[in-house]
Design a protein. Structure first.
Length: 167
């Protein structure tokens, strides 16, 4: 788990960024801010840039989250509402045998699909869909033995090249 930075460390990074924006070199920033070398100053400026961007992005993320929540509420309402089939003239269609109004599931299905898209957008916005980093490689006994044989040959060739036989 990544280590959390303190507020003081974040402030120091922002100060390093401010110095870089004033035109100071990384060496100058390092000397002025007591970094060991210019690479420390460089990393501080990069973190400062990242933090500054995040501060500007947070209100936009919040606004987008509110929009997605409003859409979610709308589509949830549509999904649970009973919709009836109507004719072109606007009359409610009824079952020919029972006389009951015909239910139209189309709007509910569309709302369900829209909810799924809103959910996908929400997960992307919040970074909840972490990439699957786990990769599995199957290695067979034959593969291992082949690699050992190859390495032994390579070592044998290298040893004979390092110590040529007299002749």
């Amino acid at each position: 788990m990544p280590r959390r930075r303190t507020l003081a460390a974040a402030d120091k990074d922002i100060r390093a960024l401010a110095l870089a924006r004033q035109g100071l070199t990384y060496d100058q920033i390092a000397r002025q801010m007591d970094y060991r070398d210019k690479s420390g100053a460089y990393r501080a400026v990069q973190r400062g840039l990242r933090d500054a961007y995040r501060e500007e992005a947070d209100p936009l993320i919040q606004m987008e989250a509110e929009r997605l929540q409003a859409l979610r509420r709308l589509f949830e309402r549509i999904a649970i509402t009973r919709h009836l089939v109507t004719s072109a003239s606007g009359k409610i269609a009824v079952h020919p045998e029972t006389g009951e109004p015909l239910v139209d599931d189309g709007p509910n299905i569309q709302a369900g699909l829209a909810l799924l898209r809103v959910s996908e957008s929400w997960r992307k916005l919040k970074g909840l869909d972490a990439p699957n980093r786990a990769k599995v490689e199957v290695v067979t006994r034959d593969m291992i033995e082949d690699e050992i044989t190859r390495l032994e040959k390579e070592l044998g060739n290298q040893a004979s090249a390092d110590h040529p036989s007299p002749g």
